[in-house]
Design a protein around this ligand. Structure first.
Ligand SMILES: Nc1ncnc2c1ncn2[C@@H]1O[C@H](COP(=O)(O)OP(=O)(O)OP(=O)(O)O)[C@@H](O)[C@H]1O
Ligand SMILES: [Mg+2]
Length: 926
């Protein structure tokens, strides 16, 4: 940085003369802002007023005026002034990390490049904005994490219908979905969180403005676009034109006006940032949210499935792998290729619902698990596989580097080998099955298709291998990209570059021999280039084809046609070589693009292969089993483990636990147990196992038999959204409401301590009522709570069971066994945990005393024959219930009105009144 700063402070050092002459050499009568250069700058800036303009000046990108003031502190470069104009700059060859800093800070960056060589330009160098960098439209490998998709999304909202489109600009993938009806808003929100777009394009309207605000509060980058970009009848026309088609039916977009509107807006925005560069886009694929196990936004967050939030520009390739494993993705990701990493990330947040598709995935995992050697070979072959998807996009937009071409070549060259390994493994598998005559395990059609799913492009592969050197330079400008022997013409030019000097000496020698002039010399000057010099003494021997050019004191200088031809070859050789290489690379690019579809399919197949190999690898290494998935409401896990905790704890210290739910006799399990015993862990691991299973992976358990779920709801932990103006309890209730409103008999609901964010009786009442409601609605429920009162529900509602996490007292210590056992917990051990946490002794003693008092009081109430706490229909508080009804209901029903005198009746009333007053007094003194 210091070096940068130094050079920035000294414009003459590295910065081109244009700026020096234009800014520092302004006559004092003229303002610096009036120079032609600054006028050019202002003209460009006026077109992108909201963006920071990087203005190319020689070897630097400069920012001026307000832009410079904003950017300098973020870029950590010096802010200087030339003729009162604030400016700062960054070296052009290393612009990406600087641009990334600004993108991260929420700015867009417009890049103005020099459109002609300053050395050849007459007057002011022509400049143009060639690209607008925005978080969602990046394609640069240096700015994007390799294993994360970087989505640009557009959201359209019309009368309660939500259209969402997402483009992965680095790969050209384009997806869209439309949702309407009940819950459309929250489902759309969940889908946005799942996609985690880096930028969302929206247009303000009464319906969308609250969304824009909410998205921004959640940290999403929302860019506002013109309403015309979303205009509906136009949208369909624009999309048809973009993809050169007559009907949108093929894309599944016909009739989906709101999705069309979003799709069209996304494309338009993407195009606007490319400044005329072609946008490499695949045809849109329309999907419905019902294809996937619904995971609401909260669930993704609560369960630590992937690290939350949009990818950060500049986080660079493969940046997520360095941290210690914290998320489910960290545990599951053993992929070797960037595409594989991206695919796994997408699968893990979008588990499937189709039994058939899940089973097809399982079959592949089985296969690779079984074929250990094949797996090893394949994984070795995939190591360092190029990111073909992104390379193809760069090819289409013309930003491909020679290194990309070399990577592509290596990948293509390895394809037959990969295919071969797959085929061999398949043959072996088949042979084993045949030998054991177990026809039930013959490979399904999916597996047999595996080798065919890897398309080859042998001609292209051969062509590239012949054409591209093994390790080319980063830029085409440096030359040396094309192999010797590929083009005769290039070889010839290169031989000139290599042998120019010796050829010159050869010519000199030949001329000496032919003329017999021993002192003849070939020389060079700037006026007429190469010449032959002959001294006066040998003048007579000069041949007739020598053309005299210059007379010297002691001799003459000549040129010959041969020498001039020689000169043209020699002097232009470097430039010609570059030109030729450029042309050759262009035609190679075209050849590759012709096969783009094949390469895309190959890339997709490699990504899948990589993910299945990773599933098999993880399953083997971590001892996972294949879950049996079925179309039922059963949910049984034997000896399930928490995949992330298992990785953190010392081996053998994790206690596995069973889950048994069936939607009937065991529909709801109320889980009690001391603090720190493992309730939340148990809940989370159950949810994670469900996700892994429906993604097609093996699971951390001894056995699992799971009915496919439609929706996984979780309400875990207390996450404040203070910024949104929602308190802990509000968040809890909003999420709970959503669960109650949407859970179906095929859903799994995980509730962790719902109701604890408010007063005990409030919380308990809410929890109680929620369970009653869910009991009616029918989803499978795991409910962890500290309200031991809730365990009474098991006796009252069929299908509600109790379980607890066992703990043992040992002296004044408590030992957590982490084992889930049937039946309710006996007590809470909260004070023991407080002690473990280092709460001062005095507080612990006082708490223990208070606890004893409360417990005594509770016991004395329990000995009274009274109805259970929550039998009351009316919403009276417990205190009122206790004091007012204690005993007198029974007494009243036992009184025989025919036997009692009016005096006795009055005395009875007096007695009751006294009891009520006494109870009230006690209540107040507590
Ligand atoms: N099955 C298990 N095997 C081993 N250790 C476990 C197990 N389950 C939980 N633990 C350990 O106990 C700690 C506490 O677990 P957890 O947060 O699930 O407890 P909890 O019952 O939900 O507590 P609280 O009531 O305070 O929320 C975990 O961080 C983990 O270290
Ligand atoms: Mg807990």
């Amino acid at each position: 940085m210091d070096a940068d700063r130094k050079s920035l402070d000294a414009p003459a050092n590295g910065r081109n003369a244009e700026i020096t002459s234009n800014l520092t050499a302004v006559p004092s009568t003229r303002r610096a802002s009036d120079t032609p250069l600054m006028l050019q700058y202002q003209e460009l800036k006026a077109r992108y007023p909201k963006d920071l303009l990087f203005f190319r000046l020689g070897d630097f990108y400069e920012l001026f005026d307000g832009d410079a003031k904003i950017a300098a502190p973020i870029l950590e470069v010096a802010l200087t002034h030339r003729q009162q104009i604030p400016m700062c700059g960054v070296p052009a060859h290393a612009v990406d990390p600087y641009a990334a800093k600004l993108l991260k800070a929420g700015f867009r960056v417009a890049i103005a490049d020099q459109m002609e060589d300053p050395a050849l330009a007459k007057g002011l160098v022509k400049r143009q904005i060639v690209r607008v960098l925005t978080p969602g439209t990046l394609q640069e490998d240096t700015l994007l994490p390799a294993k994360r998709c970087n989505f640009l999304a557009a959201l359209a909202i019309q009368d309660g219908t939500f259209g969402l489109a997402a483009i992965e600009c680095s790969t050209g993938e384009f997806v869209t979905t439309e949702t309407s009806g009940a819950g459309a808003d929250s489902r759309t929100w969940d889908e946005i969180v799942r996609l985690a777009p880096s930028e969302i394009v929206m247009t303000p309207s009464p319906q969308s403005t609250p969304w824009i605000e909410k998205l921004r509060k959640q940290g999403f980058c929302v860019t506002e676009a013109d309403a015309s970009d979303f205009a509906v009848p136009l949208a369909a026309e624009r999309l048809k034109k973009q993809f050169g088609i007559q009907s949108l039916r093929g894309f599944g977009l016909e009739g989906k006006n709101v999705a069309q509107s979003a799709a069209s807006a996304a494309v338009r925005y993407y195009e606007s940032t490319q400044c005329g560069r072609p946008c490499s886009l695949q045809p849109p694929r329309t999907y419905t949210l019902d294809e996937f196990l619904q995971l609401d936004a909260g669930t993704l967050d609560h369960l630590d499935i992937v690290e939350s939030g949009a990818p950060r520009p500049g986080s660079g390739p493969g940046s997520s792998t360095s941290r210690s494993a914290r998320t489910l993705l960290d545990i599951m990701d053993d992929t070797l290729t960037p595409m594989g990493g991206r695919l796994l990330r997408r699968w893990i947040v979008a588990p499937l619902r189709s039994l058939e598709t899940i089973r097809a995935r399982q079959e592949r995992v089985d296969f690779f698990l079984d074929q250990r050697d094949g797996r090893r070979h394949l994984r070795a072959a995939l190591q360092g596989w190029p990111d073909m998807e992104r390379i193809l996009t760069r090819l289409a937009s013309g930003t491909v580097s020679p290194r990309d071409l070399a990577h592509l070549t290596h990948g293509l060259k390895r394809t037959p080998q990969v295919k071969n390994f797959v085929q061999k493994a398949l043959d072996q598998w088949q042979a084993l099955r045949n030998a054991s005559a177990d026809s039930s395990e013959s490979p399904g059609s999916g597996l047999a298709q595996l080798p065919k799913s890897l398309p080859e492009a042998p001609e292209l592969s051969e062509l590239l291998e012949r054409a591209i050197v093994e390790a080319p330079p980063a830029s085409l400008k440096d030359g040396g990209v094309i192999r010797d022997g590929y083009s005769a013409e290039l070889d010839e030019v290169r031989s000139w570059i290599r042998d120019g000097k010796s050829r010159l000496l050869g010519l000199e020698r030949r001329e000496r021999e032919q003329t017999g002039i021993g002192s003849l010399k070939v020389g060079f000057n700037n006026i007429f280039g190469y010449y032959i010099e002959v001294t006066k003494t040998h003048m007579a021997k000069v041949p007739a084809n020598y053309i005299r050019k210059q007379t010297m004191a002691n001799g003459e200088r000549y040129i010959t046609p041969e020498l001039k031809e020689f000169e043209t070859q020699l002097l232009g050789a470097e430039e010609r070589a570059l030109r030729l290489e450029n042309a050759l690379v262009t035609s190679l690019r075209e050849a590759i693009l012709k096969e783009a579809e094949t390469l895309r399919r190959l890339s997709a197949a490699i990504a899948e292969l990589d993910v299945f190999l990773s599933f098999a690898e993880v399953a083997e290494r971590r001892g996972y089993v294949k879950p049996t998935l079925e179309d039922s409401s059963s949910f049984m896990i034997r000896e399930g483990r928490h995949p992330v905790l298992e990785n953190v704890l010392a081996s053998g210290s994790l206690v596995p636990n069973d889950v048994h739910l069936d939607g009937r006799e065991r529909q709801i399990v109320i889980l009690t147990g001391p603090n720190m015993s493992g309730k939340s862990t148990y809940l989370r691991q159950t949810a994670l196992i469900a996700i892994l299973a429906q993604m097609g992976s093996y699971v951390p358990a001894a056995e699992a038999r799971l009915g496919v779920l439609d929706h996984l709801f979780t309400r875990i932990g207390a996450s404040d959204r203070l910024l949104e103006g929602e308190s802990t309890f509000m968040v809890e209730m909003v999420e709970t409401a959503r669960i109650l409103n949407h859970a179906t008999p095929r859903s799994l609901v995980i509730l962790d301590e719902v109701g604890r964010g408010t007063s005990t009786y409030d919380g308990m009442s809410i929890a109680w009522a929620c369970i009653e409601y869910l009991h009616q609605a029918g989803p499978k429920v795991l409910f962890a709570t500290h309200y031991l009162e809730l365990t009474q529900l098991a006796g009252q509602l069929s299908g509600v069971c109790n379980a607890h996490v066992a703990a043992r007292e040992w002296g004044d210590q408590v030992i957590f066994l982490h084992k889930v056992e049937p039946g309710p917990a006996d007590r809470a051990y909260g004070i023991h945990v407080a002690k473990l946490a280092g709460v001062p002794k005095g507080v612990l003693e006082r708490a223990a005393k208070l606890l004893r008092q409360f417990e005594q009081r509770q016991r004395s109430q329990e000995t009274d024959p009274q109805p259970s706490l929550f039998d009351e229909e009316a919403g009276q508080t417990r205190a009122q219930n206790d004091t007012l009804t204690s005993g007198w209901g029974d007494e009243l029903s036992q009184i025989d009105l025919n036997q009692i005198t009016p005096m006795q009746a009055l005395l009875k009333i007096q007695e009751w009144k006294n009891r009520v007053l006494q109870a009230k007094k006690e209540e107040d003194s507590l």
